[in-house]
Design a protein around this ligand. Structure first.
Ligand SMILES: [Zn+2]
Length: 265
C-alpha cells in the first residue's frame, strides 16, 4: 500500500465513523420525538367543555335512576324554552320507555350513558362496544333517533371506552360543572355551584330522579338565562369545524385546513 492510498483509506474510515455518529444522533432524535409524541397522545380524553367566545352552555341530565322527577324537569325546561341533552342508560330506557319518548318529543337530544352502567375498567373492548351499541339500539327503537354522544358510567373513561364510542361514530363527553345533585345538596348549594363554576362553553351535569334537582332547576335556568347564557344541546355546543381536545378536556376549534383529530359527528 502506497502512502497516498493509506491516507485515502484513513480519510474513508474517518468519514464512515462520522457518518455513523451522525446517523446515530439522528436516530436518537427521531426516537425521542416519537416517544414523546406517543406519551402525549397515549391517554384519550373526552370533551369536558368547549372553548368559545359566545355565552352558551349545555345542560345535561344522566338518566339512570327513576322517573319521579321527569315531568317536573320537562315542565321547567318547556316553560323556559330550553333544550338539553339527556344521557340514557339502556336499562333505564327499557324500564321507562314512555319517559324517554316524552323527553325526545319535547325536542331534547338523546345520548348514551352505557347499557347497564357497568364500570368501563371492568370490561373488554369488545364488551364495551357491545354495551354502547345495545344502548344505542334501545334508544333508536324507542325514539327513532341515533345517539351521537357517549358518557361513560361514573365518568370513568379509559382508552377502550373512548375508542369503542368513536368507532361507532360517537363523541365521548364528560362535564366541567357538576351540580353535585347526586350528593343530596340543597337547591341553594346547587345554584351556588353553578354560579361559581360556569363559564362560556360549560357542560353542566344533573341527574333525573333527584328531588332536589327538580326543585333547584327553575332558579338555576333563570340564573343562566338572566346572565345572558344561551342554553343549547351538547351537539350544538361542539365546534362546527375540526377541533382538538386540549389536555384539560376543552374542545378547541382549529384553523381551516387543520389536520385536527375531531369533527362534529
Ligand atoms: Zn351514571
Amino acid at each position: 500500500m502506497t502512502v497516498k492510498n493509506r491516507k485515502i483509506s484513513k480519510n474513508s474510515v474517518v468519514i464512515i465513523i462520522m457518518s455513523a455518529v451522525w446517523l446515530m444522533i439522528v436516530a436518537v432524535i427521531i426516537y425521542m420525538t416519537l416517544t414523546v409524541h406517543v406519551a402525549v397522545s397515549e391517554r384519550k380524553i373526552p370533551v369536558y367543555r368547549v372553548v368559545t367566545d359566545e355565552k352558551k352552555v349545555a345542560v345535561t341530565f344522566n338518566c339512570a335512576w327513576d322517573d319521579s322527577t321527569t315531568d317536573s324537569v320537562l315542565h321547567t325546561l318547556k316553560e323556559r324554552g330550553v333544550r338539553c341533552t339527556f344521557f340514557f342508560v339502556g336499562d333505564y330506557a327499557r324500564k321507562y320507555p314512555e319517559d324517554v319518548r316524552k323527553i325526545i318529543n319535547d325536542g331534547h337530544e338523546p345520548a348514551n350513558h352505557s347499557d347497564r352502567h357497568f364500570s368501563p375498567s371492568k370490561q373488554s373492548y369488545a364488551e364495551l362496544l357491545n354495551d354502547i351499541s345495545n344502548c344505542n339500539d334501545t334508544v333508536k327503537s324507542l325514539t327513532g333517533k341515533e345517539c351521537r354522544l357517549y358518557r361513560a358510567p361514573s365518568g370513568e373513561y379509559n382508552n377502550d371506552a373512548i375508542s369503542a364510542a368513536e368507532s361507532l361514530g360517537m363523541t365521548a363527553v364528560q362535564w366541567n360543572v357538576d351540580s353535585i345533585d347526586w350528593k343530596g345538596k340543597t337547591p341553594a348549594e346547587m345554584l351556588d355551584k353553578i354560579r361559581t363554576k360556569t363559564v362560556n362553553g360549560s357542560i353542566i351535569l344533573f341527574h333525573l330522579g333527584k328531588k332536589n334537582t327538580a326543585e333547584a332547576l327553575p332558579d338555576i335556568i333563570d340564573y343562566l338565562q338572566d346572565g345572558g347564557y344561551s342554553l343549547v344541546t351538547v351537539s350544538e355546543l361542539l365546534p362546527d369545524g375540526k377541533y382538538e381536545i386540549l389536555p384539560d378536556g376543552a374542545a378547541k376549534e382549529t384553523a381551516d385546513g387543520s389536520s385536527a383529530e375531531y369533527e362534529k359527528k
